[in-house]
Design a protein around this ligand. Structure first.
Ligand code: SF4
Ligand code: SF4
Length: 401
């Protein structure tokens, strides 16, 4: 493939399209405990919840490490009272686990909770695993993670990025996870879902297998009520619930959401969410998140802020999959929209490019349609965003600075 020289700055100049979102607040029912923690030499009181039947007690805010390659930020997060680090083998092309491993060297093993994840080849259009998705392949990934991290065991090993019931129950991976647990390589096993979450959560409950679910959940999702109900059933079954993408739709970089902490607090209003793993890349963002661990109470002003943001334009695909059958080219539109989000919200161009390259897209994307047949449920300019984001395939990695 010929590489066009497009700089990161040039790429990021694109305009942001949007949509209006339905807003609904869950009932407030804060059953939790306060713990005094040592935070950079000072004592602070953090709100703690228990991660379901795992029994692990965690502050309500921990660290999603995906978007940072700064070991000092991870160090300070741990020294400030965060306990769980959430990563994946694919983050930063394997470097993220290695960087965390360096940070963890010399720290008492019971002072942190490490969660990582892996996925196997699957059909991007159906979410169903291909023949290459074998038990052995999954087992190898676990060993690679352990080596990258320099650990004897992982606290939570996730079956990553599942959006179909069939995949949640895919036997080779369940067999592998069972072996991993029996061998003591992981204390607990979990599943992660960014799309079609209620179906995956229900499958996890039905399986009676998974200990933890890591799910997208935020104030801007159209189907937040369904996710909330599914999470309540899962929590009732004893499954630990970790929330992600809580600030999705209200990026820390989008001026419409003046207070990103409000988005975190909105999620934590639900007592069935046991903890969150927001990604942050600066010390300032980390301080905002740490303040939420001290007081997750959502104020009336913050509620109003969120209402405004939810009804205004946004950046993010809801993962409803309504568009999947509409495109005659069978493009994996939700994945393309996810790459868009990684680029313009997370500013994680490497991850966005990896995702794009994994999708086996044709060379010409959306260029031969005179009229797009896709009607996005939230009014996204789908072909516009696709044409914008596929350019990233051609950007040399050395420009991702
Ligand atoms: S323009 Fe629309 S219909 Fe055509 S390939 Fe792109 S998404 Fe599909
Ligand atoms: S219809 Fe729109 S919101 Fe739904 S998955 Fe497709 S792009 Fe995302």
């Amino acid at each position: 493939m010929r590489k066009k020289l497009i700089g990161r700055r040039d790429f990021m100049k694109s305009s942001l399209a949007g949509f209006g979102g339905l807003f609904f607040l869950p009932q407030v029912d804060m059953k939790q405990e306060l713990r005094v923690v040592e935070s950079k030499g000072k004592e602070k009181k953090f709100v703690y919840r228990t991660l379901g039947k795992t029994g692990i007690k965690l502050p309500v805010i921990n660290m999603g490490v995906m978007n940072t390659d700064n070991p000092n930020l991870v160090r300070v997060a741990l020294d400030s009272g965060m306990v769980m680090l959430d990563t994946a083998q694919t983050y930063q092309r394997g470097q993220n686990e290695g960087m965390i491993g360096e940070v963890l060297k010399g720290r008492p093993r019971d002072s942190f909770v490490l969660a990582t994840k892996a996925r196997l080849p699957n059909d991007q259009k159906t979410g169903i695993y291909t023949e290459e998705a074998t038990e052995e392949a999954f087992l190898k990934k676990v060993d690679v993670s352990l080596k990258n991290l320099g650990l004897d065991y992982i606290d939570i090993y996730y079956h990553h990025n599942v959006w179909k019931k069939e995949s949640a129950l895919y036997e080779p991976i369940l067999n592998a996870l069972e072996k991993v647990k029996k061998a003591g390589k992981a204390r607990f096993v979990g599943i992660t879902t960014h799309m079609n979450e209620p179906e995956v959560i229900q499958a996890a409950i039905d399986s009676k297998f998974y200990d933890v679910i890591l799910t997208s959940y935020n104030f801007e999702q159209k189907h937040d009520a369904e996710i909330r109900e599914a999470m309540a059933r899962a929590a009732h079954a004893g499954i630990g619930i970790v929330g992600m993408k809580a600030i999705r739709g209200g990026s820390r970089r989008i001026p419409t959401l003046k207070n990103p902490a409000a988005a975190l607090k909105w999620v934590l209003q639900d007592p069935n969410v046991h903890t969150l793993v927001p990604g942050f890349t600066t010390f300032e963002q980390m301080s905002v998140d740490l303040a939420v661990a001290e007081d997750p109470t959502l104020t009336d002003l913050e509620k109003k802020d969120l209402e405004k943001v939810a009804s205004a334009s946004g950046l993010y695909c809801q993962g409803c999959r309504q568009c999947l059958g509409q495109c005659p080219e069978h493009l994996p539109i939700p994945d393309l929209m996810r790459a868009y989000m990684y680029t313009y919200d997370y500013r994680n161009l490497t991850h966005a490019q990896d995702l794009l390259l994994s999708l086996n897209l044709p060379n010409r994307v959306c260029e031969d349609c005179t009229l797009c047949q896709v009607k996005c449920s939230i009014g996204f300019d789908v072909p516009g965003k696709i044409k914008d984001i596929v350019r990233l395939r051609d950007v040399p990695t050395e420009f991702f600075v």
